[in-house]
Write a protein that binds this ligand. Structure first.
Ligand code: F6P
Length: 319
């Protein structure tokens, strides 16, 4: 293995830069030639790849976003797009590729595997919806961003004695809502994994009001319901003063937490180890304190478990 490439793909996640840095530096340490592909699979199709040196990744460990840029590539889903990318990699004599991204990116990696390239996936998505790992790069930072937002909203919510409905990302999962809701002490957490009843949400709210609560926070995962709709319904059913906030893409930005930087460094370095051993077709995960390689197949077959214990705990603590 002489020449490898690294790319970031799909929605960006804080800590992607730390992962790129780990891949580049670990490769150079092992005397591999390491190339960066711009804009994920789009860059493979458009032949946008450049050599990376130690200095290419200086001063990025603490930065959100990705210096390689990222994209979602509808063209790579077509046979023609895939052919262009494969021809480019063959001409460039790239032997292995580290793909930093989420589930969709690993499905893209599979296409390259089938064309004879070793690929290793590094899970990075704020949604934390990859089953092979307890944590994806970016999740911890996003949870901290949401928790910080809840803290700030609490101040104004208390002053005005209002109810706030806060919508968070997560695509069709509720991991961000659950963990940030637990950390932020939300009164109710609405997630796609669990059925919800707005009448029950409202009676919980009213019980709080009767006990003298000055404000309430309802966290809604984007995949469960629209916060606007939830807010309107709560207003209609309770006559309380309600405000709605959609946190949106700010959850994907910001300086990565120490946890995300360390996770990214470990996963990125391990990805290079795997390629050096001549192994591909795997993603690197962090499970119960251990870094391990998981075959893509296993990952595609399984669904990330929702933490029902935490869901129940959040509900008990918000009584
Ligand atoms: O997968 C990360 C994510 O931020 C999801 O939480 C969200 O649903 C989606 O990406 C938003 O995608 P886009 O950047 O294309 O708006």
């Amino acid at each position: 293995m002489k020449k490898i490439a690294v790319l970031t793909s799909g929605g960006d996640a804080p800590g992607m830069n730390a992962a790129i840095r780990a891949v580049v530096r670990k490769s150079i340490y092992h005397r591999l030639k390491i190339y960066g592909v711009r804009r994920g699979f789009v860059g493979l199709i458009n032949r946008e790849m450049h050599p990376m040196q130690l200095s290419s990744v200086a001063d990025i460990i603490h930065r959100g976003g990705t210096i390689l840029h990222t994209a979602r590539s509808p063209e790579f889903l077509t046979k023609e797009g895939q052919k262009k990318a494969i021809e480019f990699l063959q001409e460039e004599k790239v032997e292995g590729i580290v793909i930093i991204g989420g589930d969709g990116s690993f499905r893209g990696a599979r296409v390259l595997e089938e064309a004879g390239f070793n690929t290793v996936g590094v899970p990075a998505t704020i949604d934390n919806d990859i089953p092979c790992t307890d944590f994806c790069i970016g999740f911890d930072t996003a949870v901290n961003t949401v928790t910080d937002a809840i803290n700030k909203v609490r101040d104004t919510a208390t002053s005005h004695e209002r109810t706030y409905v806060i919508e968070v990302m997560g695509r069709n999962t509720g991991h961000i809502a659950l963990i940030a809701g637990l950390a932020g002490g939300a009164e109710s957490i609405i997630v796609p994994e669990a059925p919800f009843d707005l009448a029950e949400v409202c009676s919980r709210l009213m019980r709080g009001v009767q006990r003298g609560k000055l404000h309430s926070i309802i966290l809604v995962a984007e995949g469960a319901a629209s916060a606007m709709h939830v807010g309107d319904e709560i207003k209609r059913l309770t006559q309380l003063e309600v405000r709605v906030i959609i946190l949106g893409h700010l959850q994907r930005g910001g300086t990565p937490t120490a946890f995300d930087r360390i996770l990214a460094s470990r996963l990125g370095a391990k990805a290079v180890d795997l390629l050096l051993e001549g192994q591909g077709d795997h993603a690197i995960g962090y499970c119960k304190g251990e870094i391990k390689a998981v075959p893509y197949d296993e990952l595609f077959k399984n669904k990330k478990e929702f933490s029902w214990d935490d869901y129940q705990l959040a509900s008990i603590l918000a009584i």
